[in-house]
Design a protein around this ligand. Structure first.
Ligand SMILES: Cc1cc2nc3c(=O)[nH]c(=O)nc-3n(C[C@H](O)[C@H](O)[C@H](O)COP(=O)(O)O)c2cc1C
Length: 215
C-alpha cells in the first residue's frame, strides 16, 4: 500500500478556467441535463449514460451503476430485474438519488427523485431493441442471487436459446423499466484551484429555482 499511497498522493488534476455562469443554464433542468449528456456523448466518453443509483431501506444505503436509457415525459428511464435487491428496495422506499460523472469534461450531475415501475410499453419497446444475447440473459439471470459457477447461467441461456428458437424472445414479466421523477438537480463544473461552479435546481409552485452553491 505504501507505493500505492504515494501514487494516490500524486493524483492531483487541475480543471479548466472556463466560466460556467447561471445564464448558461437552461431554465428546464431536464434540458440542461440532456445538453450535458449530449456533450459527454460527443466527447466520446466511455458509457456516458452510466449512472450511480443509490437506494435506502431500513437505514441501509446501497448504490450501484445502471445504464440510463431514455427520458419519457421528463422522467429518467433505466431497466433492471424487478426482483433484484435494487428493485425491491425502490418498491419499499421510492426515494432515490443518482449521479453521472464525466471526468473528461470535468462535470458531475447529481439528482434526487422518486422511482416507480415504468409503463409496460416502455419496457417492451426497449426489450425488443436489445440484442438476442441480452434478452436471453435477462431471462437466465436471477439477478444478485448466489450461484455456484458461470455455467449455471450459460447453460440456462443455451436452454432458453433452444426454447425460443426461430422466434422473438418475449420480455419476461420480472424484467423491465423504472422511471425516476426528479425533484432536485445539481450541476457541477470543475474549475481551476477548486473554485468549481455548482448550481442546484429546486422545485417551487411555478417551476424551478436555480441557485449557485459554494464549491
Ligand atoms: C456501467 C454499468 C452499468 C450497469 N447497468 C445496469 C443496468 O442498466 N441494469 C441493471 O440491472 N444492472 C446494471 N449494472 C449492474 C449493477 O451495477 C448491479 O451489479 C446489479 O444490477 C445488481 O444490483 P442490485 O443487487 O443492487 O440489484 C451495471 C453495472 C455497470 C458497472
Amino acid at each position: 500500500m505504501d507505493n500505492l499511497s504515494e501514487k494516490i498522493k500524486q493524483l492531483r488534476n487541475e480543471y479548466s478556467d472556463s466560466d460556467f455562469l447561471i445564464e448558461h443554464l437552461d431554465k428546464n433542468p431536464v434540458k440542461q441535463f440532456t445538453n450535458w449528456l449530449d456533450d459527454a456523448i460527443e466527447t466520446k466518453i466511455y458509457e456516458p449514460n452510466a449512472m450511480v443509483l443509490a437506494t435506502s431501506v431500513d437505514n441501509q444505503p446501497r448504490s450501484r451503476y445502471v445504464l440510463f436509457k431514455n427520458i419519457v415525459e421528463d422522467k429518467l428511464i433505466f431497466h433492471t430485474h424487478y426482483e433484484s435487491p435494487k428493485a425491491l428496495e425502490m418498491l419499499a422506499n421510492p426515494n432515490i438519488s443518482g449521479i453521472f460523472y464525466w471526468a473528461e469534461i470535468h462535470r458531475q450531475v447529481r439528482f434526487q427523485g422518486i422511482a416507480k415501475k415504468a409503463d409496460k410499453t416502455i419496457s417492451d419497446e426497449y426489450f425488443s431493441t436489445r440484442p438476442r444475447g441480452g434478452q436471453l440473459s435477462a431471462w437466465a439471470s436471477d439477478q444478485s442471487s448466489i450461484i455456484k459457477n458461470r455455467e449455471e447461467v450459460t447453460n440456462k441461456i443455451a436452454e432458453l436459446d433452444k426454447k425460443f428458437e426461430n422466434q422473438e424472445v418475449p420480455r419476461p414479466d420480472f424484467w423491465g423499466g423504472f422511471e425516476i421523477e426528479v425533484n432536485y438537480w445539481e450541476f457541477w463544473q470543475g474549475r481551476r484551484n477548486r473554485t468549481h461552479d455548482r448550481f442546484c435546481y429546486t422545485q417551487n409552485t411555478q417551476g424551478w429555482n436555480i441557485e449557485r452553491m459554494s464549491p
